[in-house]
Design a protein around this ligand. Structure first.
Ligand code: NDP
Length: 287
């Protein structure tokens, strides 16, 4: 068994981004900018937002954090997003999900300028992903594909089974695996006899959020296991897959923590840098 070390790869990617941002600033240009919007005070969301803001500053990007009350109206929230769409220092906008009850995330995502949608959740970017047109790819799925490629794992022609069908992880990762020419099966909570599918996977991607629900007897000998799930139980983080139990059976596996999570943040920075380049280029072209 070998470990797919997301922590190490993310560190390498962040270092490259940092160098590029330094070069940009040394040329006298403004740094790329990311706005992170947090609505309400959910502790897990606060933690994620702080991690993203810190990662942004560490690579020398400009970061703006907007903390909005949970009882904000949809109109007010959209006004704030509208202002960020217009803000010349901001290249990427991320609204931390889930939103408090009463706020519709689809409407919010629809209102983020597609060129600043570094999370890739707007209908335009989501559509582009499925059409095979270049847009912003959601960070966790993009990070998963990068991890597989970096470690030289063949995707083409292999049977990939994705457990979970959310718009954030499951569906987009399935679309990306399909684009890489895997044969893809998507499972979800209504799937009957999950093990029948998972045990046939050459590449198994789990994005459910139920600690250790995937056991050794549910995976194929020599499979590649990507565990995006994260659940906290008594302060300890667990993946969906029982890592310790299956390490000797699989060929590659991501640890939790230290696998998919760090890659998500690295891809967010990469998308922000990409958004900056498009933004600067667009402004140069229109002059
Ligand atoms: P959601 O709750 O939106 O989706 C969970 C999915 O799992 C659903 O599609 C659901 O099916 C499916 N599911 C639930 N129970 C079962 C079951 N018993 N068998 C098979 N499928 C099941 O979660 P997210 O996609 O947002 O997140 C999934 C996990 O990934 C979470 O642990 C989250 O914390 C983690 N995550 C990690 C990130 C990272 O950077 N590491 C980033 C984003 C998420 P159905 O559609 O039928 O309800």
């Amino acid at each position: 068994m070998q470990v797919l070390d997301g922590q190490a790869l993310a560190k390498k990617i962040r270092a490259c981004i940092k160098e590029e941002v330094q070069r940009i600033v040394q040329m006298g240009k403004r740094p790329p900018g990311l706005a992170v919007v947090l609505v309400g005070d959910d502790p897990a969301s606060q933690l994620y937002v702080n991690m993203k803001e810190k990662a942004c500053r560490q690579v020398g990007m400009y970061s703006k954090k907007l903390l909005l009350p949970a009882d904000i109206s949809e109109a007010e929230l959209l006004d704030n997003i509208g202002a960020l769409n217009e803000d010349e220092k901001i290249d990427g906008i991320l609204v931390q999900l889930p939103l408090p009850n009463g706020l519709n995330e689809h409407i919010v995502n629809e209102n983020i300028n597609e060129d600043k949608d570094v999370d890739g959740f707007s209908p335009v970017n989501f559509g582009k992903l499925h059409l095979g047109i270049k847009g912003f790819e959601p960070c966790t799925p993009k990070g998963i594909i990068r991890l597989l490629k970096e470690y030289g794992i063949q995707i083409r022609g292999r049977h990939a089974v994705v457990v979970g069908r959310s718009n954030i992880v499951g569906k987009p990762v399935a679309a990306l695996l399909l684009r890489e020419n895997a044969t893809v099966t998507v499972c979800h909570s209504k799937t009957e006899n999950l093990a029948e599918y998972t045990s046939k996977a050459d590449i198994l991607v789990s994005a459910v959020g139920k600690p250790h629900m995937i056991k050794k007897d549910m995976v194929k000998e020599g499979a590649v296991v990507i565990d995006a799930g994260t659940s906290k139980v008594d302060g300890k983080l667990y993946g969906d897959c029982d890592y310790e139990e299956m390490v000797d059976k699989v060929s590659w596996i991501t640890p939790v923590p230290g696998g998919v999570g760090p890659m998500t943040i690295a891809m967010l920075l990469e998308n922000t840098l990409e958004a900056y380049k498009r933004h600067v280029l667009k402004n140069t072209d229109s002059q």
